[in-house]
Design a protein around this ligand. Sequence first.
Ligand code: ZN
Length: 272
Amino acid sequence: MIKKIAVTGGVHGNELTGAYVVKKWEPPKFSDIEVTKILANPKAFKACRRYIDYDLNRSFHKEALNLDSHIYEYERAKVLNGRLKSFDFLIDLHTTTANLGATIVLSSTDEISTAVAKSAAVKSGAKIIRWLSNEEGAFINSVTDHSVTIEVGPVCQGVLDPTIYQRSLDVLNAVLETIESKNFVNSGPVECYEIFGYVDYPRDVHGELEGMIHPELIGRDFSPIEKGEEIFLGFDSKSIRYDGDRAYALFINEAAYYEKSIAFCLARKITI
Ligand SMILES: [Zn+2]
């Protein structure tokens, strides 16, 4: 039974949409569920930076939670971990600079999160992405048993866009209505993009960029890419071509992923 729901925004301090949703939005009155809003990284929000010392959304792994650390986000993760433990469901709000549209990201395969995501996606027209692991550490979603992330774009870091704000609220309301109605168990098979790999930018031996996303690929999130397709444009004006198997490109040119060595993610289309 899902009763206590946490809505977190500003896990990344320069993603203003989620931060302002938790600061300004008044949740509708529900009879069976209780919604609590949490500004996840107030210090980074104030500084309008993604993070102060380290990505908060990679700071929830056991090692970070048990370490006495000087890293601000590790300490913040401990606070959030303690606070969020008593909640049944977490909705975490993010934005992306990539042309993703409205998406619901699943970071676990548990039945309840999946069922809520499917029903809310059908209701709101959002696409579903499944992103089960990241090498750097655990997402904030790992704190509660059930969760979804709402990720909407494109919008610049440090910028509010009314369309993106409204679209985020549409998906958030669809998730809350789904949970309140408890009528999410049988929504039938729904399309989902499962991330399985990453492609980094061309770089020199020092890690410096040697090219950009190819103009033909910019903005083409959710489109299939085929072997031989142009994916990067070198600073020498030569094109670099894709060398892998057919896949769907997601988070193309996401600003925050340059430091993570991700030019775009590779996904396969599945049904869940
Ligand atoms: Zn984010």
